[in-house]
Design a protein around this ligand. Structure first.
Ligand code: ZN
Length: 144
């Protein structure tokens, strides 16, 4: 059973993250699925980044909103550690497996994943509960 998340620390950020994710979703390039997804993240050092899904006629080249937001952060900061990520879609979709793996690469120890739909914030979960036993850089960077 997952521990209940205390919202005190999260509350000041949740509206900003939701707003950024919703705005990003409006820029989605999704002519095939018609799904508009936006993601916004906050790094542990206080920087916000957002992204939308970008589809491609060669479907495998499609990139989800979460990864676009993460890559945006990586391209602008030397090292990122994600504290919160808000994922917005009309129906409140959770992150796919590939995005969970990419999140595991840049997660802070207490990464919180927030999922919102058209009616508001739907779920708030710890990344550790969303993807237990994830394959992290720790395994490859482990010394001797
Ligand atoms: Zn994804």
């Amino acid at each position: 059973m997952a521990k209940k998340i205390t919202l005190t620390k999260l509350n000041p950020h949740i509206n900003a993250l939701r707003e950024m994710a919703m705005t990003a979703s409006e820029h989605a390039y999704s002519p095939y699925s018609k799904a508009k997804v936006g993601a916004a993240l906050l790094t542990t050092d206080g920087n916000y980044y957002a992204g939308c899904n970008v589809e491609n006629s060669s479907y495998g080249a499609t990139v989800c909103a979460e990864r676009v937001a993460i890559f945006q952060a990586v391209s602008q900061q030397k090292k990122i550690s994600i504290e919160y990520i808000y994922i917005y879609s009309k129906d409140g979709w959770p992150p796919c497996g590939m995005c969970r793996q990419v999140l595991s690469e840049f997660q802070s120890p207490n990464l919180i994943v927030i999922i919102g739909d058209k009616n508001g914030t739907k779920q708030i979960v710890r990344f550790k509960d969303l993807m237990p036993m994830s394959f992290t850089p720790h395994f490859l960077l482990k010394k001797g």
